[in-house]
Design a protein around this ligand. Sequence first.
Ligand SMILES: [Zn+2]
Length: 328
Amino acid sequence: MDCVFGIDVGGTNIKLAVIDREGQILDHRKIATRANEGPDAVISRLANELTSFIQADQGWRIRAVGLAVAGAVDARAGVVMVSPNLTGWRNVPLAERLSEMTGYQVVVENDANMAAFGEGWLGVGRTFQSFLVMTLGTGIGGGLILDGWVWSGPFGCAGEIGHITVDPEGWLCNCGNTGCLETIASATGVVRMASELLAQGGSPVLENLINENGDRLTAEIIATAAFKGDALANQVFQRVGRVLGLTAVNLYNLLGLEMIAFSGGMAGAFDLFIGPMREEIKRRSHILPPENLKLLKGILGDDAGTLGAARIAWSHIELGERLGSRVN
Ligand SMILES: [Zn+2]
C-alpha cells in the first residue's frame, strides 16, 4: 500500500506516523528528540528510526517523508534556518541529509503551518479555503492557509501570529519586541498577568487552588478558577480575549479570513476567552460583517502536525514538484 511518513519534530519528542492517502494513521511511534546532542545526532537517529519502522514491514510502500519542524524553515530549500527548541540548529539542510540517508523524497515545513495544513485536510478547516490556526501554549504559533494553500511567505516563516504587537507599551517578549500577543495570550502571559493581579489583592478561589497545587501557579489553575467564577481569573481571560479579538479583527480586515481555529493547551480555556474576543471583533469590524468570521476549536489535537506533514508529502507527490502545497 502507498504511504508516507508524517513526522513532527519538537524540542522534546519526535512523533512519526505512517499515513495513507486518505489520512489514516496506520502506525505511529514517539522518540525523544534529545535536542542537546545537536542536529547530526538527531538526524541520524531519525533516519535509523525510519529504517527500523520499515523493517517491521506491513506491506507499506513509502513514497515520501513530510517533516514539521518547530522553527524558521526555508521550505523551498528544505533547510531549518533556526529553531528556538533545537539546540545548534542553524541552516541545517534537513531535507537533503535525511534524503541521502534514507533514499526518500523529503519535504520540510514549519510545524505551526503543518498543524494548520492538517486541520485543513481532515479537521476543523475541511470546509474552509482561507483560515488561521492559532496554537496557544507556552508561546503562540500560527499557521495560515490562504485560498487552500499554506502561506509561508518568501522567507519561509510567515504566520508568526504570536509576535504581532497588541500593546506598544507592553512586556518584553522572548523575541526582543515588547507587547507581543504571546506576552498576554499564551500560558506564560496568563500566569504573569495573574501573578501581578494577585500581588495587588486577594482571590480566595485561586489562592486555594494554588495551595492545593503545591504553591504552583499555572495557566490551567487560573482557567479552573475562572470556570468557578473567580473574578481575578476571569479578568485575566477577559484581557486574553480582548487581545485575541484585536489580532483576529486586524487579520480579518486585511485577509478576509473565513475562520480562526484554536489548538494547544490553552485552547481548553476557549469558553473563557471567546466571549470577550467576539465582542472585540464586533466593536472593530464595520466593513466586513463580524459574524462571517467563524471562531472554532481545532479537532485533531496532537496529530495535526504529523497529518499536515503527511498531506504536504502527498501533495508534492501528486504535483510532482518541490513546491505545491495545496490543502484541499
Ligand atoms: Zn515576540
